[in-house]
Design a protein around this ligand. Structure first.
Ligand code: KG4
Ligand code: ZN
Length: 365
């Protein structure tokens, strides 16, 4: 189709509740489609794994077909197929991994299994290349990980949450207020309407020397405050629309959310600063995952990067949520490094480390 040097990757993402298919060509997005299942899970107040896998199974095939039609490409036109192989919901991952294996086999192109978390961070490279080594903060609904990123294919985990992820804390706070799942963005919208009371919540798990996090205590502290002020709980979930539009007199709950949001963001700031002090070789700061869309987080990161004289890399807002473009881009970086997988590649559920079980692709192949 185009020059033989073009690297064109088909990306597939099914690790949680978004079905994604994308095409990335030489680091540029040709198409990036996401079919969200949020509505199917909202009524349950969280992602139901069984429903998630079934939805992926129902939607993925036609989404791949639609993307091929839109780009005029056939499976044989790709350099490789990249798929999120973990961490995530096992049943969901298996749907994407199996589809990718089918394409790899049928089109005779390499299969590349991608770490979903690292892909979130690499998505910043759609804007501009990262300055390596970088310090990377991944803050999503399921994970809070701090990495030293030596290159696009070499990540070292420096710290992680010991219990709830930052996004989980936001979602649980939203649930306590009777807001629909996932409520992080609603807490953000409310927080923007008030100034935080920095004395209301203790920033959690700072009294140590490590780079790990713990957010479950903060979530409980939030629930306790709301328990004492039941008037702050929204009567029904239709409040979400008003919050998004900035309507209503919500000063007290807005201040509560701002205080909570500040405690999360400032805790992350302290640990990032601690890591930077220990790693003077770091040349840039990157953050990604759903919570990197948070307004206070973005301000905190921008201020910190400015203070330290480091460039800050954040993905486009549209690429903060789960998507397949980030999987395809990570796939491209692995393909460039000659790292691919065999058809025996396993999917890895949440909580288990991903093995570095790549096979080296010889340049002549
Ligand atoms: O990365 P992501 O899309 O999915 C995974 O968890 O992999 O992250 C979703 C999480 C949810 O917890 C959601 O509430 C949170 O990101 N989130 C936010 C914001 N937007 C999304 N949390 C705080 N402020 C936001 N603006
Ligand atoms: Zn994610």
């Amino acid at each position: 189709m185009s020059s033989s040097h073009t690297i064109r990757i088909l990306g597939i993402e099914t690790s949680c509740d978004e079905t994604g298919v994308a095409v990335v060509e030489d680091g540029r997005i040709l198409v990036n489609r996401v079919a969200s299942q949020v509505d199917a899970h909202a009524v349950f107040g969280g992602v139901v794994p069984e429903i998630a896998s079934r939805e992926h199974l129902r939607v993925l095939g036609s989404l791949i077909r639609a993307v091929l039609k839109e780009t005029g490409l056939a499976c044989t036109d790709f350099s490789a197929v990249a798929v999120a192989r973990g961490p995530g919901l096992l049943g969901s991952l298996l749907i994407g991994v199996n589809a990718a294996k089918g394409i790899s086999l049928a089109a005779d192109i390499p299969l590349i299994g991608i770490d979903h978390l690292k892909a979130h961070l690499l998505a910043v490279e759609f804007k501009k290349p990262l300055d390596y080594p970088a310090l990377g903060l991944l803050v999503s609904g399921g994970h809070t990980h701090l990495y030293l990123i030596r290159s696009a294919v070499e990540f070292e985990l420096l710290g992680r949450t010991l219990d709830d992820a930052a996004g989980e804390a936001f979602d649980k706070a939203a649930k306590v207020l009777n807001l629909p799942y996932p409520g992080g963005a609603l807490i953000d919208a409310l927080a923007q309407r008030a100034r935080p009371d920095k004395k209301l919540f203790t920033r959690p798990y700072l009294d140590n020397t490590n780079l790990d996090f713990s957010f479950s205590g903060l979530k409980t502290a939030f629930a306790n405050v709301v328990h004492d002020r039941p008037q702050l709980v929204f009567e029904d979930m239709t409040a979400a629309a008003d919050i998004r539009e900035g309507k209503g007199d919500l000063q007290e709950v807005a201040e509560l959310c701002a205080s909570f949001n500040w405690a999360v963001a400032d805790t992350l700031r302290v640990k990032i600063e601690r890591a930077l002090k220990r790693l003077p070789q770091v040349r840039s700061l990157a953050a990604a995952g759903g919570v990197a869309a948070n307004t206070m987080m973005r301000t905190m990161l921008a201020d910190l990067a400015h203070e330290k004289g480091l460039p800050l890399h954040l993905p486009e807002l549209s690429l903060c949520m789960d998507n397949a473009a980030m999987i395809a881009l990570a796939g491209q970086r692995h393909f460039e490094a000659g790292l691919v997988h065999g058809l025996d590649m396993d999917a890895v559920p949440r909580g288990r480390p991903l093995p570095e079980d790549y096979k080296v692709l010889l340049k002549s192949q």
